[in-house]
Design a protein around this ligand. Structure first.
Ligand code: NAD
Length: 502
């Protein structure tokens, strides 16, 4: 057997997008972008350097300080954002294919990402038209208003797991707020972000409002964060990088928003509907091969239902079909790279060293047609001790670990015993139990009898080391606005406070 031939979508322009036009980087250097499924080179993309970053931030600064975008009415901005949504829908299949080639995820997941991207654009186009300031209490013939102004030039840095979706959570609200931006996608997955640059240009965004620079994090990303022309840094990625970025931004007191990693507990209590909980425990961890910031990779199961639930999960995990994302019937694709696979395999080995038991997977697939890709079999590890590293650290791969708990209190104590707090799930038939759990779980999202739903109307972000700030919802717009207090005095009078004696 062999993989079907990959789709052949039209590639976007693979140069830097600065000031409304595509151009090569200053050094002429290019970087190969590889398909994680086949290992083949998909495209070679311009590698920016610090001069290119300066060109991009200068263009974004000019567009903000001298251009019309920050002063356009919400209706005018919404019209452009709506047009971008329509183009994303028109080109959705092509861009979804690019995303699958670049990330390895099944095409059904990429199509879902694309639908969500267009929806996020439409949501912020609508939301910004509902924006009004607030009237504060003031004395006499004065008016005190809280207004929301665009925050300025935004540097956006995004990861490789949801390249276009994560970009849309920043781009749509920033544009709606009237900001200009420079976006740096992950060097591993830049293609759909370059396609987005084309979409925004076609939608009629003025030159300089949107800029995309491609290249390495340590050079291009760091230069962006350090650039004094940048007012806000919005980053999604790993915790270690987030800490570096927060430190660099603090040097010049720039605003930062951080969406970082998590170790997300999925708690199954004794009264849960076990058939549904088992089915959804698989979704929770195996979407995009577990490379999801909110992956429910840590299953905490009441000891009374532990064996039954684990048996159900393992039986299904064993049957998950690996393959190319473009092949119909593929349930799980490869990991992003062989280096990343080695990191995930390291965690499997560590779990076993900590005393856990390998129940399913743990190895690379034997099928020769999968040998060129960074595949790893879906893995279930049971009897994981709660006090080891594996119970606390993000694995970011198709590895579900199971811990046995003695009921609600025990589950909550263990769930909270991590540095991060992104998302948690609780399975029980009792609403009262779910509400108690939600109050005590220190996580930015708590799902009851579900796992993973997020949508534009609700905020997304983490407690503790999972981040600073929120994306999506009204809070997602606030990240790109500055509050301004406007005080209007209709009856000015002298105070006579100074210089009265002479
Ligand atoms: P990463 O931190 O390695 O890279 C993210 C981005 O930062 C890339 O564009 C990279 O080039 C850039 N970068 C790297 N070093 C930099 C530096 N010194 N200065 C500036 N930029 C730099 O993360 P990743 O491996 O691409 O993504 C996986 C991580 O992202 C996981 O930890 C995951 O949990 C997290 N994530 C979080 C969310 C969320 O919403 N909370 C969403 C998706 C991914």
């Amino acid at each position: 057997m062999s993989l079907s031939p990959p789709p052949n979508p039209e590639l976007p322009t693979t140069d830097l997008f600065i000031d409304g036009a595509f151009s090569a980087g200053a050094t002429g250097e290019r970087r190969d972008v590889r398909c994680p499924t086949t290992g083949r080179v998909l495209a070679t993309v311009s590698e920016a350097n610090s001069d290119d970053v300066l060109r991009a931030t200068a263009a974004a600064r000019r567009a903000f300080d001298l251009g019309g975008w920050p002063h356009a009415t919400p209706r005018e901005r919404a019209a452009v954002i709506e047009r971008a949504a329509a183009i994303l829908e028109r080109d959705g299949e092509r861009i979804a294919e690019l995303e699958t080639l670049d990330t390895g995820k099944p095409l059904a997941e990429s199509r879902d990402d694309l639908a969500q991207v267009a929806d996020v654009f439409r949501y912020y186009a609508a939301l910004v038209r509902t924006e009004a300031g607030e009237v504060n209490r003031a004395e006499g013939a004065a008016l005190s208003l809280t207004l929301r102004r665009p925050a300025g030039v935004v540097a956006m840095i995004t990861p490789w797991n949801y390249p276009l979706l994560q970009a849309s959570w920043k781009v749509a609200p920033a544009l709606a707020a009237g900001c200009t931006f420079v976006l740096k996608p992950s060097e591993l997955t830049p293609l759909t972000t370059l396609a987005l640059a084309e979409v925004l240009a076609e939608a009629g965004l003025p030159p300089g409002v949107a800029n995309v620079v491609t290249g390495a994090g340590a050079t291009v990303g760091a230069a962006l964060v350090d650039d004094p022309r940048v007012d806000v840094v919005s980053f999604t990625g790993g915790i270690a990088t987030g800490r570096l970025i927060a430190r660099a931004a603090a040097e010049r007191a720039a605003r930062v928003a951080l969406e970082l990693g998590g170790k997300n507990p999925n708690i199954v209590l004794a009264d849960a509907d076990l058939a549904v909980a088992a089915d959804r425990a698989l979704d929770a961890v195996f979407f995009h091969a577990g490379q999801v910031c909110s992956a429910g990779s840590r299953l905490l199961v009441d000891e009374r239902v532990h064996d039954e639930l684990v048996a159900r999960v393992c039986a299904r995990a064993e049957r998950i079909r690996l393959g190319a994302g473009w092949d119909v019937g593929t349930e799980m694709g490869p990991l992003i790279s062989s280096e990343h696979r080695e990191k995930v395999e390291g965690y499997v080995a560590l779990a076993l060293a900590e005393g856990a038991r390998l129940a399913v997977g743990g190895a690379r697939p034997a099928e020769p047609e999968l040998a060129a890709g960074a595949f790893l079999r879906p893995t279930v590890i049971t009897d994981l001790p709660s006090d080891g590293r594996v119970a606390r650290e993000e694995i970011f791969g198709p590895v579900l670990t199971v811990e046995r708990v003695a009921g609600l209190d025990d589950a909550l104590a263990r769930a909270n015993a991590t540095d991060t707090g992104l998302a948690a799930g609780v399975w029980t038939r009792e609403l009262k139990t779910a509400l108690t759990a939600a109050e005590r779980l220190r996580f930015g999202t708590v799902w009851w009898n579900d796992f993973h739903p997020y949508f534009p109307e609700a905020p997304w972000g983490g407690f503790k080391a999972s981040g600073v700030g929120r994306e999506l919802g009204r809070s997602g717009l606030r990240e790109y606005q500055e509050e301004q207090h406007l005080y209007l005095q209709a009856d000015p009078r002298p105070s006579g406070s100074f210089g009265r004696s002479g």
